[in-house]
Design a protein around this ligand. Structure first.
Ligand code: PAF
Length: 284
């Protein structure tokens, strides 16, 4: 496994793959890898002959007062995990390498970036779009793998790739959960023991709302009430949002007569967790 830390070295390594006729699948990450990330790496192996993983805690997607400074980092551990998954190349640049000057370009998505997570994290998806575009231009992958856990991010990246004509296949992998249903996240490490015990309430809320749709509920507002009611039963949880929106444009539908996304953001003390579940009323 090769580890490169500069843009020049990444481009040089990419040309080795190109000359050897290898296709490349990129898994962009912010490190502190868990089983969810490793499932993306395994998926990447099915998409291309060379698997690249980027590890970069991207400052432009963190707002003032967010957890940029305390975001967990352990490059040595990440490299050992990736070696075991037979990753071919790790691109782990510094912030100075990626942003020698404060960037002036901003990426917008005509308002899609301001709903759900974007409502409480202004600028977050602009930062994600910027860094993902840079990674795509540096690595020039044939495919890139993202997790469904960040459903809004996956949707916006699909738009970015379509609107900017990146010749890259975007693959979105299902959420990976702990045995008790909690979606895997690097931020789970922030939870106290009590908060960790309480956190599967997100999954329970999603399952309860999905069951209601399976039993014929077609009013999205009623489904949102169900999500809120389950979260309210957990004293350590503070709800940020609970929505039932269309999968293609994240808008509230009048009726659940096409695929919807059930999505939640919930705080446990200072830790913010998100989770979601796509539901197709015709398939449950
Ligand atoms: O999902 C993440 O970890 C990040 O948002 C990403 C896509 C690596 C961009 O920094």
């Amino acid at each position: 496994m090769d580890v490169v830390t500069t843009i020049a070295a990444a481009r040089e390594r990419r040309s080795v793959d190109r000359t050897a006729g290898r296709t490349v699948a990129l898994v962009p990450t912010m490190g502190y890898l868990h089983e969810g990330h490793l499932s993306l790496v395994r998926r990447a192996h099915t998409l291309a002959s060379s698997v690249w993983v980027s590890i970069f805690v991207n400052p432009t997607q963190f707002g003032p007062g967010e957890d940029l400074d305390r975001y967990p980092r352990d490059l040595e551990r990440d490299l050992a995990l990736l070696e075991r998954e037979n990753a071919d190349v790790v691109f782990a640049p510094s912030a100075e390498e990626m942003y020698p000057e404060p960037p002036k370009v901003t990426i917008g998505y005509s308002g899609l970036e301001n709903v759900l997570c974007g409502a409480s994290r202004p600028g977050h998806f602009a930062g994600v779009g910027l860094v993902v575009s840079k990674l795509f231009n540096i690595v020039e992958p044939d495919a890139a793998v993202f997790g469904q856990k960040d459903a809004q991010q996956a949707l916006l990246i699909r738009r970015l790739v379509e609107d900017l004509s990146f010749p890259i296949r975007i693959d979105v992998a299902p959420v990976v959960r702990e045995p008790d249903g909690l979606a895997m996240s690097s931020r789970n490490t922030y939870l106290s023991a009590g908060q960790r015990r309480a956190a599967p309430v997100l999954y329970r809320a999603l399952l309860t709302a999905r069951d209601a749709i399976a039993h014929g509920e077609r009013d999205p507002r009623r489904v949102e009430v169900i999500l809120r009611e389950v979260i309210a039963q957990e004293p350590l949880a503070t709800l940020e949002y609970a929505v039932c929106v269309t999968q293609d444009d994240l808008q509230p539908p009048n009726r659940i007569d096409r695929p919807v996304l059930l999505a939640l953001a919930v705080h446990f003390g200072t830790t913010r967790l998100i989770d979601n579940m796509p539901v197709d009323p015709k398939e449950i």
